[in-house]
Design a protein around this ligand. Sequence first.
Ligand code: ACO
Length: 391
Amino acid sequence: MRLYAHIRGWGKYVPPQVMTNDDIARFVDTNAEWIFSRTGIAERRIAGKDDTTTTMAYKAGLAALSAADADPAKVELIIVATMTPDRVMPSTASLVQSLIGAEKAAAFDLGAACSGFVYAYSVASQLIASGAYRNALVIGSDAMSHILDWNDRGTCILFGDAAGAFYLEADEQEGGMLAFELGSDGSGGNLLTGPTVGNSYVPSCGPDLKYNALDMNGRAVFRFATRIMGHAAEEALQKAGLTKDQVDLFIPHQANIRIIESAAKQLGLSMDKVYVNIHRYGNTSAASIPVAFCEAVEEGRLKDGDNVVVVGFGGGLTWAAAVMKWVAVPEEPQDPYSARVARRWVRYQRARLGSLKHRVEHIMDDWLETGSRIVEKQAKRRDPKERSEKE
Ligand code: ACO
């Protein structure tokens, strides 16, 4: 009996603050027309003071669980794809686990830059297909604005902040992810780099690269992207036993409209089969594909049984493509909307109380241990035998 990982819920979070091309032209030497014509980007969202990679991931994850009417306490696996974690440790996934109250879930971050979400989706789907887990929450979240050099017009115009998520569940019915293709070429690692941790020096990066901001050779990455996107999609399609003309919707990483058009051309797809929202958000790294997927569903672009191809590429260099069969989510139970909302609210509060209980336990353990150490020290000071030995 083969198991398939079906997408039962999807969710996104985009910060409310909009930054237009004109806004950017106020602080770097560029103009709105140049940005739009070379990239397809009109505006992007920027994290506010309350938005971090973790909070955005949490909100998108909760939206995906809510769409599936799933209980956070029953989530078994959480993977967050990100290249901008709030901290190297703890992982964003562990923090999300605590925030949503997924007490039983294994949790880890996955780093494959803009390919990260499709990598994470592939890993989670395989763990479900193997029977190891019955469900998984896969999130792509990046606060790119935190690592940009806002004086570099070659990069700061391109990126935005967001998070997107899938909630996956095992099912025997054919559907969900059918095949994937993952790849990496570390020899091109120097073409797209992010901040270092401490003083690490990778010889191939060279001493002239920036160490605390994103740095990119735009033309080289452009060449790589136009070559790899079509190729990765074709490989995944072949593994799924499908041909290019069986693709109903293509959801590419939203990095540059010219790269998207070139990939569509390689695949022989007309642009009406390609989902594009880059004009609204720019390149949101690991969030780009799940956010685009959510909006494609919201806009009714997916029909039951559609073959969907997603392809990402990015730093590493890395690439990742997946082919999925979209199976419409089973009808919601027929109880009234208000009852569903109330039930969900109770579940979320119960799950959050579960993780709050653990947090309190950690604090109590700490207090008790500190207290017993103080008592022990005082007892030793009072013990005359120990004092005379010291003297
Ligand atoms: N405004 C005005 N002029 C600019 C700007 C700007 N923002 N940026 C560059 N220019 C100038 C350059 O200085 C250059 O001038 P010159 O001819 O006098 O030297 C000219 O415009 C052309 O520059 P190019 O770099 O050749 O411009 P290009 O058409 O390649 O567009 C861009 C640049 C948009 C960055 C493009 O190369 C690109 O999209 N590359 C891929 C980026 C990408 O997809 N990154 C993915 C990251 S995924 C991840 O993992 C994070």
